[in-house]
Design a protein around this ligand. Sequence first.
Ligand code: NAD
Length: 475
Amino acid sequence: MDDHVMTIDGVPVVGEAPPVAVVDPATEQVLAHAPGCSPGQLDEAMGSAERALRGWRRDDGQRRAALRAMAGALEDAVDEVALLLTREQGKPLVDARREVMTAAVWLRYFADLERPREIVQDDERRFVEIQRAPIGVVGAITPWNFPLALAMWKVGPALRAGNTVVLKPSPFTPLSTLLCGRIFAGHLPPGVLNVVSGADALGPLITAHPVPRKISFTGSTATGKRVAVSAGADLKRVTLELGGNDPAILLPDADVAALADTLFWNAFANNGQVCLAVKRVYVHESVHDDLVDALAAVASAVRVGPGTGDGVRLGPVNNAPQYARVSELVGDALRNGGRAVTGGRETDGPGYFYPPTILDGVTAGHRIVEEEQFGPALPIIRYRDVADAVRQANSGMYGLTASVWAQDVDRAAEVATDLDCGQVSINVHGGAVLPNLPFGGHKWSGIGVENGIWGLDGFTEMRVVSRPPRPRADG
Ligand code: NAD
């Protein structure tokens, strides 16, 4: 499986820098090598994106048609792309297929999106309109948890707005994105979408490169800060979608039996490797024991195994450093008074399999409560007073998403307005991640938003055009 190639100026390109070994997390064996993009090849990709701009920015109809064709081509290739995604990422095949189809939904949404004109004055004195101009070449950098969906959150709106793109996937999961580059090449003029791969060190070369005028980045907060510094030095525009430590608050009247399954999957889907997964649960003491028992019952019934296995709901953790991190945070909790109600330790290899872990007896101050675990371990924190739960939920520097769970939905909605984050849902977590809604974080969880008209506008510069009035038909 070493025939993976980049797409530069529309054509397949092998790497000139050392290749990157991609490991199958279910076996810990090298699955394939991704090309290493050399600095010279990055220059070529940037140059071709720059050359493609002139034609691409002119014709919105062409852009819409191309995005629709890309969506269709992706759907047609779902079997091949999903299998590759499962092999490199670890997620169950059914989830990989869903991710591919979701990526197509996003492309189609941006093809169809109607952006109303913004005419601010149209009278006998002036005609004044705010136009949305493309920014230029966009450097798009993605993480390994949802490589395709998150790439299309960028590619769809960036291309629709008239920009061209150089896309770099994570070195842990480059293969499915590289494959998409080849699939899309048949539907785009050369240079409009370049896909390059390499080690982490390729990222800073993109953010420091003089050509891109915007960096759209999804990844960790630590890297996001580096991206902001690098892009800031050149006044590049940035959108940063970063980490989260997303709280769920269960109010005293929460119906634990009814919500446990949903809450569990909102925390553990994709093995908890979701920026907006529930990462800590604050539960009122009156329903605490019931919740722990109910979550433990769901966790114990989950089938963990290779993503290609029958009936598997959770695959391996994606990579060795992430596996070590989950182990470390759980170990820290257990050494400091926490109790693993389920799971709590690594399984015997091979494969980065970690059982879904429900942690009880943890409080503020435990690392797994304060930090983003990004894995299959969920701390349950008991509280007495709702105001105190809200204070704890708002503590720390993350502010991505949150949820409030209660039978009294109005009361839950009231609590929701006290939470400092980009999205809060009632009786579900992350219930509003849709192509037409803005998604982004407060505080260290990011800058700017993706999706919807707001996400599209993030790939534009405003241009005010003021001209003498148009001749009026009525004279
Ligand atoms: P990461 O920050 O390690 O890597 C993300 C990407 O940045 C990769 O492509 C990597 O190669 C690249 N990169 C590394 N160093 C770079 C540098 N100095 N300059 C530019 N690029 C560089 O993140 P990850 O481990 O791949 O992803 C997990 C993190 O992503 C979690 O914190 C998660 O919460 C976050 N995430 C956020 C969202 C969101 O929408 N807010 C979505 C998914 C994941």
